[in-house]
Design a protein around this ligand. Structure first.
Ligand code: GAL
Ligand code: CA
Length: 330
């Protein structure tokens, strides 16, 4: 009798406290499904959830914070064990944190960073991402390294690098810091960067192509010495615009070094063909895996030090970036 009681008690304790991996449900909100890098991220998350035996459901915010807020309300009402959120507008994350806190559900932000103050307002709020400034520095270094190896890239021989900057969505830490640090890295390498033009192309290839097409027409491809894009999709859009005027098609006399960030397969292809100089690997696999492992640990009451990724300042998992170039284009 006593044994039965103790067993029953243990069972109640075990079930009552926390969700187990097999009945654990992750509600994952993505800012928009139609994003090449976030697709890699989502794929890694789904795979890791499968391995952990956790259920994961993805919601497409369609680039609308209003839509995403509704999806978060629904996940909470449905009783998910934990939220993983890629906010549409990272500056409104406090609202999401307040909702998660009121429901006592842990929340792991990914890819779009809430402010430290927001994260500090809830002990079960975390961030998984990569340091934006690092990717900016590395992208700028790629350009500087190219100019060191190819003095002829300074077409007007003024010792300066005349560049075009294509920026991601306004307010995104990767838009702000990649822009700033890529230009800084060029300076730090001993070159004077001169911005010919810059524009926001919202991470989007087509938008970037149209904008770059305009710059090529108004400025002239022979004047442009480099293109720095905040991500690969926009870099590829720029490459498309350059190809229209027979640039970046394998002829060394009609070439402008273009760099992006992410290392998406399409960018690596373009690099193999000599159309694009380089990129910085944004490690979707490790960001996806670590965010799911952290979410599972938080929801099941497991020690977060067992997930295989260090947690910094009690709040952050940082996945490093890495420069990628191909062959002699370096
Ligand atoms: C960045 C990435 C972009 C885009 C953006 C979405 O980290 O480089 O390509 O996916 O996140 O928030
Ligand atoms: Ca120059």
């Amino acid at each position: 009798m006593r044994k039965v009681l103790i067993t029953a008690l243990l069972l109640v304790l075990a079930l009552g406290c926390c969700a187990h991996a097999d009945d654990l449900r992750i509600g994952a909100c993505i800012y928009r499904f139609n994003d090449a890098f976030m697709l890699r991220f989502r794929t890694a998350m789904a795979e890791e959830a499968g391995k952990a035996g956790a259920k994961i459901e993805f919601a497409d915010g369609q680039d609308s914070q209003i839509t995403q807020d509704e999806q978060i309300d629904k996940f909470i009402a449905d009783g998910v064990s934990v939220l993983v959120v890629n906010p549409v507008d990272r500056m409104t994350s406090q609202n999401i944190i307040d909702k998660a806190k009121a429901a006592n559900i842990p929340v792991v932000f990914i890819n779009r960073e809430p402010t430290p103050e927001m994260l500090a307002s809830y002990e079960r709020a975390y961030y998984v991402g990569a340091k934006a400034e690092e990717s900016g520095t590395e992208a700028g270094e790629l350009i500087a390294e190219y100019f060191k190896a190819h003095p002829e890239a300074d077409k007007n021989k003024d010792g300066k690098i005349q560049f075009i900057l294509l920026k991601g969505q306004n307010g995104h830490q990767d838009m702000i810091l990649r822009s700033k640090f890529s230009v800084q890295a060029i300076k730090d390498a001993g070159f004077e960067p001169v911005e010919l033009a810059s524009a926001i192309a919202n991470w989007d290839k087509l938008e970037a192509m149209k904008i770059m097409n305009g710059f090529v027409m108004s400025i002239g491809p022979e004047v442009i010495e480099a293109v720095i894009a905040n991500n690969d999709e926009m870099a590829l859009g720029a490459v498309e615009a350059l190809k229209i005027v027979d640039y970046n098609m394998g002829n060394k006399d009609a070439y402008i070094p273009v760099v992006g960030v992410d290392a998406n397969a399409s960018a690596l292809d373009a690099m193999d063909k000599g159309e694009m100089l380089g990129t910085v690997m944004n490690d979707a696999d490790n960001q996806g895996i670590s965010s799911v492992r952290l979410a599972v640990a938080l929801a099941s009451g497991k020690d977060t030090s067992t997930i295989g990724y260090p947690i910094t300042d009690g709040k952050y998992i940082w996945i490093p970036y890495q420069k990628v170039t191909r062959g002699e284009k370096q």
